[in-house]
Design a protein around this ligand. Sequence first.
Ligand code: PLP
Length: 414
Amino acid sequence: MSQNRIYLCLAHMSGNEQKFIQEAFDTNWVAPLGPNVDAFETELENYVGENKKVVALTSGTAAIHLALVACGVRAGDEVITQSFTFCASANPITYLGATPIFIDSECDTWNMDPQLLEEAIKDRIEKTGKTPKAIITVSIYGMPYKIDEIAEIANRYDIPIIEDAADAFGSKYKGQVLGTFGKFGILSFNGNKMITTSGGGALICENDAAKQEIMFYATQARENYPYYQHEKIGYNYRMSNICAGIGRGQMTVADDHIKHHQHVCQLYKELLKDIEGIKLQENPSSDYDSNYWLNTITIEPWVKVKGEENAYAQTIQGAVGGAGSVTHSVSTLTTDCQPNNNVEAMRIALDKAGIEARPLWKPMHKQPVYKNNPAYLNGVSEELFKKGLCLPSGPCVTDDDVRYIVKNIVESLI
Ligand SMILES: *Cc1c(COP(=O)(O)O)cnc(C)c1O
């Protein structure tokens, strides 16, 4: 990829990856199991602590899918998740024929609003006679959710928590690593996440028995006979030994990556502090320790940006995440819910200066595909979507890059 452009979060190799991959080739472990997979899992277990066990999988999405299977989610069930998230927090619920129930965000962490969560649980029980089967919490952009409040409610109604910590590798709440608070925790090692295996994920489990059960489902649910015997429907979700080799190399720089993202946050904070109407998202208190996977700003609607009156006039070029070749082409320039004109104008200005910025994630309850799902709302996530931008934050972003980005933000203002 071109290094002239400044991307949100590009993969960054430590230089140790190839050694582990070479080992896999030399020992002929080119398979979805092997010494790198075992070692990567042990390294992840040591990293997250709390006596948890970890299963390495093909993606974070697969990890959520298997966590739901292990929680007994079936067709006709309901599962609660956060509306303000990436679609992967919700889609595996749909894969199982269950229904995602969406909860809006609170303003401090931008994650699941505990008050709305309790309202939703009560309402679902009243309307369906059944308690939701699980709650998928999200730590969006790396910011921990309101863990104590959500856990108290989940415990009271006896609903298991699956922590989608895909963004939050190494983030901490009161000193404890995200992904270890619930019954399951999911991690993602996609190319743009805190660490990468090119593509991959992991499921954090409570104990060895849970880990065994997840591995069983991740390898086609094979019963212990000398021939293939299946009594359950399984999946082909185990991580390859090659990818795990990349993961082992990445673990040698994981803490450096996190420190770098946090350093970039500090620099943005310093440089943005005098700009009126633009606010950087930060830890709401010292209990929170975000990895700042993506640094994000909100721009008030009254902030004037050059060219905002024509913000949506031009043809959309290139979808988010460099996914231009795999997305559907669109027939309209606008949708009924999109970032404000000043936000889009700033995104375009940054794009022209070689800087990738991206709107905050469009809430699931505003996605056409989920428009009929029950949603418990307060307007926060929709407003965030309309006001927000993600800024480059990854290990390849230098201090000079951050200065250049903020300079371009300032120059885009009227
Ligand atoms: C990236 C991401 C996922 C999915 O992880 P993959 O490894 O890409 O499947 C899930 N949830 C959130 C919030 C994410 O950002």
